[in-house]
Design a protein around this ligand. Sequence first.
Ligand code: HEM
Ligand code: HEM
Ligand code: SF4
Length: 267
Amino acid sequence: MSEKTPPTPLLDELEKGPWPSFVKELKKEAHRPMVQDLLGLLERSYEERVGHWKHGGLVGVMGYGGGVIGRYSDLPTEFPACSEFHTVRVNQPAGLFYTSDALRELCDIWDRTGSGLTNMHGSTGDLVLLGTTTDKLEPIFAELTAKGWDLGGSGSDMRTPSCCVGMARCEWSCYDTMNACYDITQEFQDELHRPMFPYKYKMKFAGCPNDCVASIARSDCSVIGTWKDDIQVDAKAVTEYAKNGVDVQGEICDRCPTALHEVGRQD
Ligand code: HEM
Ligand code: HEM
Ligand code: SF4
């Protein structure tokens, strides 16, 4: 932490306790003037109980209408280094698989062009880069796209689709969520980058009704895998268990929430 970091007695409270602390993380990057001013501004908000971010202000990159979210503070003279603090959403890979080289590449770009602060991953699904200035947006966009990355959605567009890890790691997956997510992302590139709807639209893909990606709560179109067949019973194995003393009716059938099963029932 730099000596220039302003005193933040109220924020310091949020460093206490065993859980992760965003204040701790901010202080790790406080050698940067942008993060110093961000800490100062946030402390001020805690003192005054007033948010000091203005709402609105459109920023973006040429050719896209989405992917960058404009943030301006209403105390630009007191905290000049974070008077502009725009968010860049980077479209995440399906299933959130990265090589360490890929992560280093992103972090190197962001170290040079932004605040160094990231959010992996946002509720939208994107890999979120937090805090940069308007003049850096085109250079960031150029560097990201040259290396095969792309921006995600924002505003009234088709938002970056996201999925659970699915069959890459999970035994419950009833379909290939990553493939569906990737496919839909490609299909709707135009709608994703160029807001043309009256409101945003979100799609999320869950491999099974556990819905680990919280698609029901977080999307307009939630795609959830279900089992498509009759329930399969290995009658020979059940008999074997019963012979060995398992109370199949009591331990298994009576505990099934469908209440449809009985030992010996054939339909
Ligand atoms: C004018 C100022 C700001 C406004 C109006 C604002 C509003 C919002 C809204 C509406 C969202 C979307 C909620 C969601 O999708 O989960 C969001 C996301 C987020 N904002 Fe802000 N915000 C502002 C400034 C900031 C600042 C200064 C930071 C950090 C220093 C920040 C950090 C985040 C993070 C981490 C997310 C989650 C992104 C995601 O889940 O995809 N915001 N903000
Ligand atoms: C306890 C209360 C709230 C919770 C837990 C909550 C949670 C969330 C979450 C998780 C999202 C992200 C959805 C996604 O993209 O995956 C979201 C988005 C959003 N919330 Fe809330 N929210 C709350 C209250 C509010 C209120 C009171 C407002 C407005 C007055 C609001 C405005 C928004 C907006 C505008 C977005 C969409 C931002 C965007 O992606 O463009 N939320 N909220
Ligand atoms: S939603 Fe289902 S398939 Fe996807 S990770 Fe969760 S348990 Fe696995």
